[in-house]
Design a protein around this ligand. Structure first.
Ligand code: SAH
Length: 342
């Protein structure tokens, strides 16, 4: 049983040839699948017999919108998608001046256990396939009617822990015969899995790497993010510097502002010190509250931003979209497991 939607164009062509079909059939199917076709019956330029054979040998599914919530504040839409095996994931459509952005999940749940994040509370169930990542983009676009121009891999899951599938997804979604979304319109966010940052550096993709920093010192970062107990901030910043050297791409650092924990001036000073020699951008995120967690949003965001800027570090405060529907950073969950809600 082949998962055609998870295949790159060359793989699809090869698969079709292996089935005794001409390679151009692969291209036709690629283009249908990447337009959000929902069954082989729609693929009108394929011979009927081939359609029947594909139905039997390579069935594919489309995600079902188990729930759709629209923010009254800003029009952000959050989808809860039910996958073929009953697992659920969330994606968020945000409308910015520069275009429509979809924030997609890379895993069902997350194993990283960052202490302030809702996505990890119930652990990780499994990785998503390239096709399941693609589906979130395709069907968010199809359902909402909003043409997607940007993708952020910032939903549920740690993309670096599912990097093979993520890379294949990127190749598919970037392809001119597919959605043709340029790498410069794609961001990938990691909590700091260094092996993944190194591997990505080698590929020299034009995408934007976002690193969830949240603290520049080991005691605070290890308290907030268990991943730091394995790697530590020295290794993290070394990997970031090496990434910039190799790719020439400016890294974006995410920093959720937590009251009394990571919002001290000395931490801003330390960030500036660590970023010396590397053009970068710090994105200050007002902490989104998660019921199960004790943290409160910082009251010093503006002062912290000023302090960073006084050292020449570019810092912006991220607008929090969709917080009234729990669609903001760190609020996505896999919920509705196997069909039950909440
Ligand atoms: N695992 C990846 C992808 C998730 S991206 C990563 O960690 O980067 C989601 C972003 O939202 C990350 O920067 C994450 O640290 C941040 N985030 C998580 N919980 C948050 C919260 N409660 N408030 C604000 N940002 C949060």
């Amino acid at each position: 049983m082949f998962d055609l939607k998870s295949m790159t164009l060359p793989e699809l062509q090869e698969t079709l040839q292996g089935m005794g079909e001409p390679a151009f059939r692969g291209k036709q199917i690629f283009s249908w699948l990447n337009r959000g076709a929902e069954s082989y019956d729609e693929m009108s330029n394929l011979p009927l017999a081939l359609r029947e054979r594909l139905k039997a040998e390579c069935p594919f599914t489309v995600p079902q919108a188990a729930r759709k919530q629209i923010s009254e504040k800003d029009g952000t839409i959050k989808y809860l998608w039910r996958l073929a095996d009953g697992n659920c994931i969330e994606s968020v459509l945000m409308r910015y001046h520069h275009g429509n952005t979809v924030c997609i999940s890379s895993q069902v749940g997350c194993s990283m256990a960052c202490f302030f994040c809702a996505s990890t509370i119930a652990g990780k169930v499994r990785d998503l396939t390239p096709g399941e990542m693609l589906d979130q983009v395709l069907f968010t676009q199809k359902d909402s009617g909003a043409e997607i121009s940007n993708i952020v891999l910032m939903g549920i899951g740690e993309p670096m822990n599912n990097l093979d599938n993520v890379l294949k997804f990127l190749e598919i979604v970037n392809h001119p015969d597919g959605m043709n979304i340029g790498m410069r319109h794609i961001s990938l966010s990691t909590c700091g899995v260094i092996s993944g940052i190194k591997r990505l550096a080698e590929l020299e993709l034009q995408l934007t790497l976002s690193v969830s920093l949240h603290a520049p010192d080991n005691p605070t970062r290890s308290r907030l993010m268990p991943v730091n107990r394995a790697y530590g901030v020295d290794a993290l910043f070394a990997a970031c510097h090496a990434y910039f050297q190799k790719t020439g791409r400016r890294i974006s650092f995410e920093y959720a502002m937590i009251d009394g924990v990571n919002d001290h001036d000395w931490q801003a000073d330390l960030i500036a010190n660590r970023l010396k020699g590397m053009p970068s951008h710090v994105n200050l995120i007002p902490l989104n509250e998660v019921d199960e967690r004790p943290f409160r949003p910082s009251r010093r965001t503006a002062a912290f931003q000023k302090r960073l800027e006084s050292h020449g570090v570019t810092a912006t405060v991220r607008r929090s979209l969709g917080s009234d529907i729990d669609a903001a950073c760190g609020q996505l969950r896999r919920k509705a497991q196997k069909g039950e809600d909440s």
